[in-house]
Write a protein that binds this ligand. Structure first.
Ligand code: AMP
Length: 170
C-alpha cells in the first residue's frame, strides 16, 4: 500500500518556510491506518520492548497502539507542566522554535528496553531529548521509530548509536 498517498504537504504551516507533513488523511482511512500500524510494529523486527514512549502530541496516536501490539507499556512524554506527578525534563530545539519535555520519574525501571515513537523525525531535537530522559532513568532505547523521516534535515545525526527506523522517507 502506498502510504505516501495519504500524507499531505501543507506549505508554510505553522510558519513560513515549513512544509508540514499532515498525516490526518492516513488516520482517516481504515486500510491506511491498519497498514501503518502493521508497518510500524514490523519495523521493530522482533526486538524485546518493555515500554513504548510517545511524544506529545502526534506521537500519542500510534505509540499506545504499538505498545499493545508489542505487549509493552505506554509512557507519555509531555510538554512542560502537563504531567501531574514528579518529572524530569529536557530542553530541545525544534525545526521551528524550542521547547521543554517532561517524563514521570517512575515511568521507566532501570534496564527497561524502550521503543521511542513519534510521527515525524525532523531535526532530531525532540527524539534526542527523549533519549536523554530515558537514559537518565536507566532505560535503554532499542529503536527510535517514526512514521516519517525528513532525511534532508539529518535528524539521525542527533541520535548516535541508536537504531532509527521509519516507514516513509522524504
Ligand atoms: P524535530 O525535533 O525537529 O525532529 O521535530 C520533530 C517534532 O516536530 C515531531 O513531533 C513532529 O511532529 C514535529 N514536526 C517537525 N517538523 C515537521 C514537519 N515538517 N511536518 C510535521 N511535523 C513536524
Amino acid at each position: 500500500m502506498n502510504l505516501k498517498a495519504f500524507v499531505r504537504d501543507i506549505n508554510d504551516f505553522p510558519q513560513t518556510g515549513i512544509i508540514f507533513k499532515d498525516i490526518t488523511p492516513l488516520f482517516n482511512d481504515p486500510e491506511a491506518l491498519k497498514a501503518a500500524v502493521q508497518g510500524l510494529s514490523s519495523l521493530v523486527n522482533g526486538k524485546q520492548v518493555d515500554k513504548v514512549v510517545g511524544m506529545e502530541s502526534r506521537g500519542f496516536i500510534f505509540a499506545p497502539i504499538l505498545a499493545t501490539e508489542l505487549n509493552a507499556g505506554f509512557i507519555p512524554v509531555r510538554k512542560k507542566g502537563k504531567l501531574p506527578y514528579d518529572t524530569i525534563s529536557e530542553s530541545y530545539g525544534l525545526e521551528y522554535g524550542t521547547d521543554e519535555l517532561e517524563i514521570h520519574v517512575d515511568a521507566i525501571s532501570p534496564g527497561d528496553k524502550v521503543l521511542v515513537h513519534d510521527d515525524v523525525l525532523a531535526t532530531g531535537g525532540t527524539a534526542a531529548a527523549v533519549r536523554k530522559m530515558v537514559e537518565k532513568l536507566g532505560g535503554e532505547v532499542v529503536q527510535c521509530n517514526f512514521l516519517i523521516t525528513l532525511e534532508f534535515l539529518n535528524g539521525r545525526d542527533k541520535l548516535p548509536g541508536i537504531e532509527v527506523a521509519s516507514l516513509l522517507q522524504y
